[in-house]
Design a protein. Structure first.
Length: 237
């Protein structure tokens, strides 16, 4: 979406404040809370994490990785049986299909190893940009984008960093607002912030929203998908 000069400056201003506050709340390097021992296990865990909590994924994979010991075991797994094994993570049919397809693709085209570029990762069943960004960063130390999960998508819109709803478009907007050296940490700090300080449906009483309001009383926040300025909202209280 094309922005005016004033709108662009407003986005940049908010990004700087948000980055500063996130660093205060979550200093140092953050890593995925998903449990894994091998690159393949991380890929499976990230696929399972779609629309599912990390805690639930860890609970499922604790048993799953004991039953299926490696890539070949998943490649030869029966679809219906794997669906039952991952049922509690939701969307289990698509996830089972993706995991089996990914295992076969890695074995047939990449010698059982995770590729090192996002373009190659995106050719693997079940792998979108979010999954590719997480895997690349953790396994290969490569940062080519910002992993936009549910928390990042929601907070980017809440804090006025984007007007988009599509994760890929949100990623592009965030990549313009934050320097590349901060892409990895920004994504994980936003995820942590969403879990700790601003779960879904919480209003604008979270720490960053409060700071933004103090800096700019006309800051626009989003609640339940509606845009509401602090000035406008105060008139209805």
């Amino acid at each position: 979406m094309r922005l005016s000069r004033d709108e662009s400056a407003s986005f940049t201003w908010r990004a700087r404040i948000i980055s500063r506050e996130l660093k205060k709340l979550f200093p140092g390097k953050l890593q995925t809370p998903l449990h894994y021992k091998t690159p393949w296990q991380l890929l499976v865990a990230v696929i399972l994490s779609a629309q599912c909590t990390d805690a639930q994924v860890n609970k499922v994979t604790a048993k799953l990785f004991k039953k299926y010991r490696g890539l070949n075991a998943f490649a030869s797994a029966k679809q219906e049986e794997l669906e039952q094994d991952i049922h509690s993570t939701g969307f289990y049919r698509n996830k089972a299909r993706s995991i089996i397809g990914a295992a076969k693709a890695l074995g047939e085209r990449f010698e059982g190893k995770l590729p090192k570029t996002i373009s190659e990762l995106l050719t693997i069943p079940g792998v979108g940009r979010k999954t590719a960004n997480v895997v690349l960063g953790h396994i290969h130390g490569v940062v080519e984008g910002i992993a936009v999960d549910t928390h990042v998508r929601r907070l980017a819109r809440k804090f006025g960093l984007t007007q988009e709803s599509d994760p890929n478009k949100i990623e592009r907007d965030l990549m313009k607002l934050f320097p590349k050296r901060e892409w990895w940490d920004t994504a994980y700090r936003l995820k942590a912030y969403g879990r700790v300080y601003s779960p879904a449906r919480r209003g604008d009483d979270d720490p960053i929203s409060i700071v933004l309001k103090k800096k700019n009383p006309r800051h626009v926040v989003r609640i339940g998908g509606e845009r509401t300025s602090n000035v406008a909202r105060s008139r209805h209280q």
